[in-house]
Ligand binder design. Structure first.
Ligand SMILES: [Mg+2]
Length: 185
């Protein structure tokens, strides 16, 4: 076995980026895909670009749902994506939050965005060049993650705060077109 060379990847936020952020989505009934998101992931797949989903799930620490529920939601998302020929190479979630009420998860964590733990896990699993990679998300902590790992950021908050290394887009579909052109260049 030989390791493939390190390569750029796409690190996607989940809620507000792939599915609608209904607030603490812990069951499949509350999963609603954002238009164009599945197709955007399929386009990354066809271009051979690894895709990881990195999601803060403080709902676990807050006692709204269990770790198993996060896994179930991710399995369901994967099934729905497969129907559109789209595939996520790695799901990573952070169940921790310092204000949690579930003792096991009530703490700070290097995994919680904007801290880089989940991105480091994706780097190790997918052999990523993080400084050539992209973070796509709709919250300041997603941009903070990009800053923490030296990646570029696609910020799904039109009208916000463009600056070097941060590009604004309406949604994942629009971001994907730009990112695909950049990575291919
Ligand atoms: Mg989000």
């Amino acid at each position: 076995m030989t390791m493939s060379a390190i390569r750029p990847g796409v690190l996607l936020d989940r809620d507000g980026t792939i599915i609608v952020d209904h607030g603490y989505v812990g069951s499949v009934e509350r999963v609603e895909f954002i238009d164009g998101a599945a197709n955007a992931i399929a386009r990354f797949n066809r271009a051979g670009i690894p895709v990881a989903v990195l999601t803060n799930q403080a709902g676990v620490a807050r006692g709204f749902y269990a770790i198993e529920d996060v896994t179930t939601v991710h399995r369901y998302i994967a099934q729905r994506l497969a129907e559109q020929r789209a595939h996520v190479d790695l799901f990573v979630h952070c169940p921790y939050h310092p204000a949690g009420i579930v003792e096991e998860y009530a703490r700070t964590s290097e995994d919680r965005k904007p801290r880089p733990g989940m991105a480091m896990a994706a780097q190790a699993a997918l052999n990523l060049d993080l400084t050539a990679s992209w973070v796509v998300g709709d919250r300041p902590e997603d941009v903070g993650l990009a800053d923490a790992i030296g990646a570029s950021a696609a910020y799904l908050r039109p009208g916000c705060c463009e600056r070097p290394g941060v590009w604004l887009f309406e949604n994942l579909a629009a971001a994907a077109t730009f990112i695909l052109a950049r990575i291919a260049a």
